[in-house]
Write a protein that binds this ligand. Structure first.
Ligand SMILES: [Zn+2]
Length: 183
């Protein structure tokens, strides 16, 4: 009985390549360590997607709440827009990509249209606009990258069909990967 050092799948006899994570059993020591190094990076890139989505969710919910508060303290009614952003914020749990992409496009359009109609508003809240767009962009990039990486092997696929789930990767798997890297 032999188990894959990268993904811990058990084999009766040593295979040439792991069927689950593509670990090169038959490769040289160098090929093996390069593979493990890449896998660790790919795992962490997939894992950090959940964090990026969480940041985007916080941004969307805050914009939503702020719009609703403004409705009560100003003359303008931002209630619809507020509820919409809260809705997209909550949708990030189920459909993170769409839930971030749509408000992202709407915000960019809003900034552009306002900038063209009222050029003096471009610099207003510039820092906030940059923080908002950066946070949403990072989430979108991370989601797309994680989707691509997950297609590379069965093992990476298990790291997150649902973007939120792979926060709980079991510790033993991590320690196995770490031990192998040190060799
Ligand atoms: Zn494996």
């Amino acid at each position: 009985m032999i188990s894959c050092p990268a993904c811990k799948l058990n084999y009766e006899a040593e295979p040439e390549v792991c069927t689950r994570c593509n670990y090169p059993f038959g490769g040289t020591g160098n090929e093996k360590s390069v593979f493990i190094g890449k896998l660790v990076i790919e795992k962490s890139l997939i894992e950090e997607t959940a964090e990026k989505i969480k940041n985007a969710r916080i941004i969307l919910l805050l914009i939503g709440v702020l719009n609703i508060v403004l409705t009560f303290v100003t003359e303008t009614n931002y209630m619809l827009s507020g509820l919409m952003f809260i809705g997209f914020g909550l949708l990030t749990y189920k459909k993170p990509f769409v839930a971030v992409l749509i408000p992202y496009v709407l915000l960019v359009l809003q900034y552009l249209i306002m900038g063209i109609l009222y050029p003096h508003t471009i610099l207003q809240g510039l820092l906030w606009k940059m923080i908002i767009l950066t946070g949403l962009t990072l989430a979108l990039v991370s989601i797309i990258r994680a989707r691509k990486l997950r297609k590379k092997s069965e093992f990476l696929k298990t790291l997150g069909k649902n973007e939120e789930r792979f926060v709980n990767i079991s510790e033993p798997e991590r320690s196995v990967t770490r031990t192998t890297t040190q060799q």
